[in-house]
Design a protein around this ligand. Structure first.
Ligand SMILES: [Zn+2]
Length: 193
């Protein structure tokens, strides 16, 4: 599955919008991405899961782990296709933690899977939680890399598609300069610039 094919699926399912958007950070972007919209189709989740799993078939992966909530659907799908178990981490008082009785064996080979990597923070925190529990994290994967390849997570990392779209403050946003109203996806509110 090529990067273009992945992005085409995102566009076709309405998971990738092009325009003038206000991100949750308050910054503006010409691209809005909502992975959950693409992944609501099990067939799409299955094809992305296969594309990731195919790159680890001979990797000796014993477990797939994902940061909740964003990584759950794709992580589960990758685990299913690799025939290994799936666990997740979640934040407790801001700290990424293994809860719900999930444990790892000493040196258990774990692959961390996320939907979108932006700064890599959630993946790094998940790797840290797993490593602290004794696992050996052998790689990290995401459907989309929003960092343009720049995010470092401390282990080898792959993604199915890379986006390099800057998030801009309003004073340097071209669309704002042209006087185009900015839209906050998921709401009906139009922001005057
Ligand atoms: Zn703008």
């Amino acid at each position: 599955m090529t990067s273009d094919q992945v992005l085409e699926v995102f566009k076709n399912t309405g998971a990738l919008l092009e325009g003038h958007f206000v991100l949750s950070s308050g910054l503006h972007s010409s691209i809005y991405l909502q992975c959950a919209i693409a992944l609501q189709s099990p067939a799409v989740a299955s094809s992305f899961g296969a594309a990731i799993a195919d790159q680890y078939r001979d990797g000796g992966i014993e477990t797939v782990a994902s940061p909740a909530i964003g990584g759950l659907v794709i992580g589960y799908e990758v685990a299913r296709q690799l025939g290994v178990r799936f666990i997740w981490t979640e934040r407790e008082n801001g700290v990424m933690t293994l809860r719900r009785g999930f444990t790892v064996s000493p040196a258990e080979k774990v692959l961390v899977v996320e939907d979108v990597i932006t700064t890599g923070g959630s993946t790094r925190d998940t790797i840290q939680a797993l490593t602290a529990a004794g696992a050996e994290v052998v790689g990290a994967a995401s459907i989309i890399d929003r960092s343009g390849g720049a995010a470092e997570v401390g282990v080898p990392r792959i993604s199915l598609a890379t986006l390099n779209v800057p998030a801009l403050s309003t004073d340097v946003c071209e669309a704002c300069r042209r006087g185009e109203p900015a839209v906050k996806p998921g709401s009906r509110k139009i922001f005057a610039h």
